[in-house]
Design a protein around this ligand. Structure first.
Ligand SMILES: Nc1ncnc2c1ncn2[C@@H]1O[C@H](COP(=O)(O)OP(=O)(O)OP(=O)(O)O)[C@@H](O)[C@H]1O
Length: 224
């Protein structure tokens, strides 16, 4: 089985207002096609960990590998490239551009990467919308669709560059139970059918119980 993401001995300290050891010897792997959730009480360090795993925060000790490549210590522009190319993000709030169409929103990360023509990007974006069952929304303004639809558009946008892993920070935190289940089913399908790995921070026990594995954090450590 191929390892997509690996954290080795991650430690993180906040220095202000007082020295605080927020992440303590975090070690884990996420395999290809694996759907993993991270749970733990408020303040135990989940967001801090996700910020490091997503390559946004470089102020930590230990090593981070993506597709067996050492990420730690890479220059800032390389990290930005890696983030855009290999990691898809889905947040609690969708951060779609309200005045842009659904299709334009989905195309944006691929335009930023600038490895394909506009025609190819458009074709890919329509394909992602089709996978999510919302190709009929392509030309609607992002401000004119429902909350559940917006989150599906956000997932399509996260998929546009064919990432190795999708990271989610409370992706169902703002949704009702019907739409939460919908998002879960989409993630499950992506892992099973497209071989995508998923790593999702959630407070939703029902959601986490259905994933392949739960990483339980407590007080900055992995406790199970
Ligand atoms: N920039 C910072 N400086 C100092 N302390 C911080 C900083 N950011 C977070 N913390 C502290 O680090 C700890 C972990 O915070 P973090 O946001 O990672 O927790 P969390 O598990 O994601 O919580 P929640 O579930 O409420 O989102 C908390 O005690 C928080 O107060």
């Amino acid at each position: 089985m191929k390892t997509v993401l690996e954290a080795r001995n991650l430690n993180k300290y906040f220095e202000k207002p007082v020295l605080f050891h927020v992440l303590k010897d975090i070690n884990f792997k996420v395999q290809q096609s694996e759907f993993v959730s991270i749970m733990g009480k408020s303040g135990c360090g989940k967001s801090t960990l996700l910020y490091i795993l997503s390559t946004m925060d470089t102020g930590y000790k230990g090593e981070l590998y993506l597709n067996d490549k050492l990420i730690t210590g890479q220059p800032r522009d390389e990290l930005s490239y890696i983030r855009n190319k290999h990691i898809g993000f889905v947040f609690q709030f969708h951060y779609l551009l309200a005045e842009f169409s659904v299709l334009e929103n989905v195309m944006l990360p691929a335009k930023k990467l600038a490895e394909k023509s506009n025609t190819e990007i458009k074709h890919d974006a329509v394909e992602k919308l089709r996978i999510l069952g919302i190709e009929n929304l392509a030309n609607k303004k992002a401000s004119r669709i429902s909350g559940g639809e917006k989150q599906r558009v956000a997932i399509a946008r996260a998929l546009i560059n064919n990432p190795s892993i999708i990271m989610g920070d409370e992706p169902t935190g703002n949704l009702d139970s019907y739409n939460s289940e919908n998002v879960f089913n989409i993630f499950k399908q992506l892992s099973e059918e497209q071989g995508l790995s998923l790593l999702v921070v959630t407070h939703d026990k029902d959601f986490a119980d259905k994933t392949d594995r739960i990483i339980e954090m407590g007080d900055g450590s992995i406790i199970s």
